[in-house]
Design a protein around this ligand. Structure first.
Ligand code: ZN
Length: 206
């Protein structure tokens, strides 16, 4: 890299066809000096291949940086990192992965959200209780029989299956908005069912 700079400074008319490897080495060198990923404008004041040359060679500025192993922006992931997240997202927390890759943890969270790698509120990927609830009470609404189901806690945060039920979004919303108050599973039949029946009879679809 220093050799290239020397040539450039000696004779300004000197023109060299930089190979891709030359440019990548050059970018790595600049990265070491600046201690941040170099921008297009940064390179305008640097000896060596001009930023225009680099863009012409690689198509995009960020492509060149990524190939040199430099993160173009603090929120972007480079080659190999997405696969690392996909391998480890279940076992490691977002913070641990972020620390290992050297990014902020929200970058990892956004990646997971984009690719439907869901975790629950505690940050663990396990949903064993939900599966158990579905196994016990089936995957249909217990009140109206609709196939779209949500898992409702009659007593919040309870781990006892007696306090769970499977409901459709509408029946669930009726309870969470406190249109009907329910204290145990029996009241699903006695209180919620009449309310839902009435609701559906009032419903008019033209
Ligand atoms: Zn329902």
């Amino acid at each position: 890299m220093i050799y290239l700079i020397m040539q450039r400074t000696k004779d300004k008319r000197f023109k060299k066809d930089y190979s891709k490897e030359d440019i990548l080495d050059y970018l790595k060198g600049v990265y070491k000096i600046l201690k941040k990923s170099p921008t297009y404008r940064d390179l305008n004041n640097f000896p060596g291949p001009s930023p225009r040359t680099i863009v012409r060679r690689f198509g995009f500025w960020s492509t060149a940086l990524k190939q040199a192993g430099i993160r173009p922006h603090t929120y972007q992931l480079i080659k190999g990192e997405p696969s690392f997240i996909r391998k480890n997202w279940r076992n490691m927390s977002d913070k641990e992965i972020a620390h290992k890759l050297g990014v902020q943890s929200y970058v990892i969270r956004y990646y997971r959200m984009n690719f439907n790698l869901w975790k629950n509120r505690k940050g663990t990927a396990r949903s064993t209780f939900r599966k158990e609830a579905l196994r016990i009470y089936g995957s249909q609404c217990e009140v109206c029989g609709l196939g779209i189901c949500e898992w409702h806690h009659i007593i919040p945060k309870s781990k006892d299956p007696k306090h769970w039920c499977i409901l459709c979004p509408l029946c669930h919303e009726v309870i969470t908005r406190k249109l009907v108050v329910i204290k145990n599973r029996k009241e699903l039949r006695t209180k919620l069912l009449p309310f839902i029946k009435e609701l559906y009879t009032k419903l008019r679809i033209n």
